[in-house]
Design a protein around this ligand. Sequence first.
Ligand code: ADE
Ligand code: ZN
Length: 335
Amino acid sequence: MEKFIEGLPKAELHLHIEGSLEPELLFAIAQRNNIELKYDSVEDLRKAYNFDCLQDFLDIYYQGAGVLLKEQDFYDLTWAYLEKCSAQNVRHTEIMFDPQTHTERGVSFDTVINGIYKATQDAYKEWGITSFLIMSYLRHLSEEEAFKTLEQSLPHKDKIKAVGLDSSEKGNPPSKFKKVFEASSKEGYIPVAHAGEEGDADYIWEAIELLGIKRIDHGNNALQDKKLIEEIKSRDLALTVCPLSNLALKVVSDLKQHPLKKMLDLGLKATVNSDDPAYFGGQVNKNFIEIQEALGLTKEDLFELAKNSFSYSLLDDETKKKYISELEDYFEAKK
Ligand code: ADE
Ligand code: ZN
């Protein structure tokens, strides 16, 4: 099964680039930027990666992102992630980035996006991996701040495919960002949002009805509400599920309790993703491997999950078809 998963062509649709910053690279970038860390070593830092909830994680994640100052830092971060993609048969990736995490510290929007974007272009040349960028608004900040970010993004519209909503979910409902999502959609950005990770099903309803999202990031708590499940199916919205993240942040107490298989059985379009791989103990293939073991997923389930990752990506139909046909050939040969 492990070999089958490793070779499976796939897309990753839920990945925070700041969450892919491995401790080794974090230390190297801190050193070259003359930033003093409060941890003595990589091992010391890793020991701090022990979370009870989303907020525990976010506190450390924002601290870690604080070493990123220059365009080269964003380039190296993104290149390191895409290099791992190439080794895992990830053919396409949709990368979230949090501009406000950086602009709040005085790093310009241009520095952030130029570094990330250039790495995606070079990775396409090197490995043929296609990438889209999703600009995510931080929901613990105000809608007015999100509007400022939208404004800053406009000169870079050609580099950005979608807008997202992340950070502390509870107490920051989607309704808080209705106007900025409306404005973002008018600019041509496709709306997606984190919903139902820690927040209740109500937050998913709001994200669908008020923000008009085309994909749900996480969505675990959709299973609380039968009517919502039907709504998600009738709108044909996919869920970008992140098993190891859910385990690390105690959204589930055990991977055996994870709702992924239930989602598939209900006819929901789920995908498997790593979220913040440097913090949650594994890249996308490790997420596939561990959830396969925990839930006894079959090769047919894995094929369905990989197919969903292409079908529900933001790619054009022709490129989706190309990737899916490659996946089908693989499945036929290895099933
Ligand atoms: N930012 C980075 N990872 C996140 C997650 N899992 N939920 C919300 N915001 C995030
Ligand atoms: Zn996320």
